[in-house]
Design a binder for this molecule. Structure first.
Ligand SMILES: [Ca+2]
Length: 282
């Protein structure tokens, strides 16, 4: 009898979205940018702004260290359908270069670029909700560093509006996913879950601080059970039950594949604490 669970919880205050599928073309380039020049591969596991010093570019032997270029197609999980839009050759991404007082990218300077990991938080404009998309095949994204005689794409200053601001915010969204992929009940497919015990809770602590008291925390939980009797998963916070998720029992047929049953549930809670725990009641 297996009981498994995965949970996502987040406090939603201001919506942030980074659509990253723009500019994808179905036309194939005649030759890859990788066919010429010296290239270096950069492995990333999380969304962040990354810095590379000029001295490091020289140290690794970049051909034109004053003109570094960064490429990357990282669009997250590739589509399963072969006719879905997907990137062809590597695309250059704009970088920021700190050049100091001399305005030249040289010793003491550095470049910045925004790199994304393989997983995605996806915002639904209609529902105002986030969902998490986990890359099924890789936890590491790759960017590519090279250089050229001409200056690379640069991040330029944004056009500032001449209008006075009419909205001020001092808060932002906080998102957290708890997903431990340790069990695959059918030993097949892409769904992996974390076993739950009735005697020991799974503690989930996103480590959020300075939450806005008037904003509710939204939880989404996905559970899976394969048992002859019905199963109830219970999610609590600081001793109070947030929600219960029932999963029907199965009728056992010895000759049939015993498919587990899946159930999703959502809950909202004002944030007096932020330490939800999960257990199941058999
Ligand atoms: Ca400089």
């Amino acid at each position: 009898m297996l009981k498994t669970v995965q949970i996502a919880c987040f406090a939603s205050l201001i919506s942030l979205l980074n659509p990253d599928l723009n500019g994808i073309s179905q036309d194939y380039t005649p030759s890859s940018v990788l066919s010429a020049g010296k290239w270096f591969k950069i492995a990333l596991t999380e969304d962040n702004i990354y810095r590379i010093d000029y001295s490091r570019l020289k140290q690794i032997g970049l051909e034109y260290p004053s003109n570094p270029m960064v490429f990357g197609n990282n669009t997250g999980q590739l589509p399963y359908f072969n006719d879905a839009p997907h990137p062809d050759d590597l695309r250059e991404i704009a970088i920021y270069t700190f050049t100091g007082v001399d305005g030249v990218f040289n010793e003491g300077d550095y470049l910045l670029f925004y790199g994304k990991g393989t997983n995605r938080w996806i915002f639904d404009n209609e529902t105002g909700e986030f969902s998490h998309s986990r890359h099924n095949y890789s936890d590491t994204a790759f960017y590519f560093l090279t250089s050229g005689p001409a200056q690379a794409k640069r991040i330029g200053p944004a056009d500032e509006s001449m209008l006075p601001p009419n909205y001020f915010s001092a808060s932002s969204d906080a998102l957290h996913i708890h997903e431990v992929e340790s069990d695959n009940i059918l030993h097949s497919g892409r769904e992996w879950y974390q076993p739950v015990s009735s005697s020991k809770d799974i503690e989930v602590n996103p480590g959020f601080r300075e939450l806005v008291p008037s904003e509710k925390i939204r939880y989404t939980i996905k559970v899976l059970a394969r048992a002859s009797a019905s199963t109830t998963f219970r999610i609590s916070e600081n001793g109070s039950i947030l929600t219960t998720v029932p999963v029907d029992g199965l009728t056992w047929h010895p000759q049939q594949v015993r498919m587990p049953r899946l159930c999703r549930s959502q809950a909202k809670q004002s944030p007096p604490h932020l330490n939800p725990s999960i257990k199941y009641l058999s």
